[in-house]
Design a protein around this ligand. Structure first.
Ligand code: 2M8
Length: 442
């Protein structure tokens, strides 16, 4: 076990504080990302949260994932938000009145009694389920956890690979900038430019009651988010056979799908089944990722605009995440590492926090404080830490681990931080920051 970072005696206090955040944000069946800004259950948040919760309460970690998966649609999609009916309408925008899943989502098989959004987020769930199982196999077997979640996870992956392969060339596409989880990444600026924003009078943002405007997306961004979501809803949330004003292949989402396919292989094996179909699928996805999104010139993966059929020349940290894949060709992994440690991302830099920013430090749109346009996020850095370890770069992984824990705790488990100074931005006591710090201390 690696030594905890910081002065001796520091880590127990960090773990205790991280547990307190997760306890405070637990609602009884799931965990909110933060009570003020995000008062419902979010899809990929819950996966990261379960990964930390497993060290506190394997049972709660299982429930976290089961609650989310219980809201799965019949077509296999796992919605990006599951709404808590106890939360006042208007506390979050866009809420249940906007998505109207139980009516508008019926053709796609939305649940009748639970209100959800109609879009998705990256599939970290099978990875989380496998890690939760491994934390306490006896507690997991006792509840039949793996057997219960396996069919749902399989259907979820099938939705992404079948209904979302919009280009027909082997990778899932996202149809809204909220889907890759990095809402206002500069990568989406060009594909969004031709989307006509919704009338600003037609909706009211709730996020600015809880977050500083300078840390959040702009009103123009929101106008476009609303337009895309309204159009998707109007089409009954159907995917294939209809035009999408925004369709992008994201290296982050594709990586997480391939990683989760590896986890499904482990789950199949544990349940006495055949892991091979999942390993084959993981290999196929990794191959498609390299074929469609690898840029030798950039030395990293880039997103692809499906409508323009072209790579988007903006560097997001999502393009470093394939490092987490076990079967990424070693020559490519070495190139990605070089880019991560170079001037665009400054991974491990002693002159800064050592965390990678969400977007290119040298990019024209770089903004150290604004959400997914520069700040460092803990989930991305946690995934990179796994990648470094996976490829045998243990010293670098250890340094990154120490930086995540140190900066995460010092920031009050901030949602994101300035990658140079570690100054906290966004909300505090953010669940996935606490969960992933806890995981790295375990
Ligand atoms: C942010 O996204 C939501 C919309 O889904 C928002 O801005 O209201 C993103 O950071 C996303 O990745 C995250 O899952 C969500 C909740 O933490 O917040």
């Amino acid at each position: 076990v690696a030594a905890p970072p910081g002065p001796p005696g520091h880590a127990p206090g960090i773990a205790r504080d991280a547990r307190r955040v997760l306890t405070d944000n637990w609602t009884g069946t799931s965990t909110v990302p933060s009570h003020g800004l995000y008062p419902h259950q979010w899809s990929w948040d819950s996966a990261f949260i379960a990964i930390g919760l497993r060290h506190m309460s394997p049972l709660r970690a299982q429930l976290e994932l089961e609650t989310l998966l219980a809201a799965q649609w019949r077509d296999g999609r796992v919605p990006h938000i599951v709404f808590d009916p106890a939360v006042p309408r208007g506390a979050y925008f866009p809420g249940p009145d906007f998505w109207r899943s139980s009516t508008s989502g019926r053709p796609a098989g939305a649940p009748r009694r639970t209100e959800t959004s109609g879009i998705v987020q990256p599939p970290v769930h099978a990875l989380a389920a496998w890690l939760v199982h491994r934390a306490d196999p006896r507690a997991s077997w006792r509840r039949g956890f793996l057997a219960r979640v396996q069919p749902r996870l399989t259907a979820w992956h099938r939705y992404l690979t079948a209904s979302r392969d919009l280009a027909g060339d082997g990778l899932p596409a996202v149809v809204h900038p909220w889907e890759p989880g990095m809402d206002n990444s500069p990568c989406w600026d060009a594909p969004l430019a031709h989307v006509t924003p919704a009338d600003p009078e037609s909706f009211r943002r709730a996020d600015l009651h809880h977050g500083a405007a300078a840390d959040r997306p702009t009103d123009l961004d929101y106008g476009r988010y609303v337009r895309l979501a309204v159009d998707y809803r109007a089409g009954g949330y159907a995917d294939l056979g209809r035009p999408h004003a925004f369709a992008v292949e994201d290296p982050g989402l594709a990586t997480l799908l391939a990683l989760s396919e590896h986890a499904l292989a482990e789950i199949a094996l544990a349940l006495g089944g055949d892991p091979r179909p999942h390993l084959d699928e993981a290999a196929r996805l990794t191959e498609a990722l390299v074929r469609r999104l690898w840029s030798p010139a950039a030395g990293q993966f880039l997103a692809r605009d499906v409508r323009a059929d072209a790579l988007i020349p903006e560097r997001s940290a999502a393009g470093l995440l394939p490092l987490a894949l076990p079967d990424l060709p070693e020559a490519i992994a070495a190139e990605v590492l070089r880019t991560a440690e170079g001037p665009h991302f400054a991974l491990g830099s002693a002159a800064a926090t050592g965390l990678v920013p969400s977007y290119d430090l040298l990019g024209p749109a770089y903004d150290a404080g604004r959400y997914w346009r520069g700040p460092a996020w803990f989930n991305l850095n946690w995934l990179l830490e796994r990648g470094l370890r996976r490829h045998g770069w243990a010293d670098r992984a250890e340094r990154l681990r120490a930086a995540i824990v140190g900066v995460g705790a010092a920031s009050g488990f901030a949602e994101y931080v300035d990658p140079a100074t570690g100054r906290p931005r966004g909300t505090r006591d953010f669940s996935w920051t606490a969960a992933l710090v806890l995981d790295l201390l375990a």
